[in-house]
Write a protein that binds this ligand. Sequence first.
Ligand SMILES: Nc1ncnc2c1ncn2[C@@H]1O[C@H](COP(=O)(O)OP(=O)(O)OP(=O)(O)O)[C@@H](O)[C@H]1O
Length: 281
Amino acid sequence: MTGAILSMDAVSLSFKDKRVLDNLTFSIPRGQTFGFLGPSGAGKTTTIKLLTRQLAKDAGRISLLGRPIERASAADYERIGILSDTSALYDRMSIADNLRFYARLRGVSHGRVPYLLERMGLTDSAKTLIKNCSKGMRQRAALAASLVHQPELLFLDEPTSGLDPAARAEVHKMLGELRDRGTTVFLTTHDMAEAEAVCDRVAILNDGAIVACDDPEELKLRYARNRVVIRTRTRGTFEVAKDAAGADLIDDLMRAGELVSIHSDEPNLEEVFLEVTGREF
Ligand SMILES: Nc1ncnc2c1ncn2[C@@H]1O[C@H](COP(=O)(O)OP(=O)(O)OP(=O)(O)O)[C@@H](O)[C@H]1O
């Protein structure tokens, strides 16, 4: 099946008189890993709450699994997985028992539990009670719990927050495998390097509005700096615009034997973010 699995059209939401989401429009084709990026307070979690019906929009249209969200059935929600800071794991149960519990809750067999434990690097801690787990272990266990029923669409709210680099890399690898299997992922993060590593497309949210939405590579090209850095033998290091005058200057420097190096920085997504929002993380 192709087409959008999830879309928002001119969606807005206010808390009292404060507009938190402003005219959001985007659509996510089946199988895509879509990054929803923005600094703290931009509205990422609120958007996930709208998409998972923990909140209701004030205006606009949301389509989920091909139908208006208001008409989504319980069976539709069985096709969805959610990882958020409100994902509940039972403190007095072990990691493995939690996963088996979630499998029962979702009406699927326990068969995938050992695989998920292994993929999340939790096999050796399978019998550890959640209350004795580190934050990183809990986060990996919660991610495994969101996957027991092999959802078609997965909402991940800051999935690597609080993880050490090894656990973060494990989650990224898992996201790659989910993409290979055709799972659609809606991922919020304020980590631009993470978005570059795992997302097919990203939307950048600032103060509740989408200020850019595209393939990360396209965004980087669009916001590429229009300058190169020149190092010379006797005239120091300076920036030159990528235009005809700059080309003439570089030509002169080369002929004079002055040019040592030309360096052109590819912007990363963090620079794109700063450019489109004027903010810092
Ligand atoms: N229940 C609520 N009542 C009033 N304001 C709220 C409520 N929930 C969130 N907000 C406000 O809405 C805005 C967006 O919050 P949200 O939690 O969606 O941001 P976020 O991008 O997920 O931030 P973070 O990265 O810190 O999780 C913030 O200004 C927040 O204070």
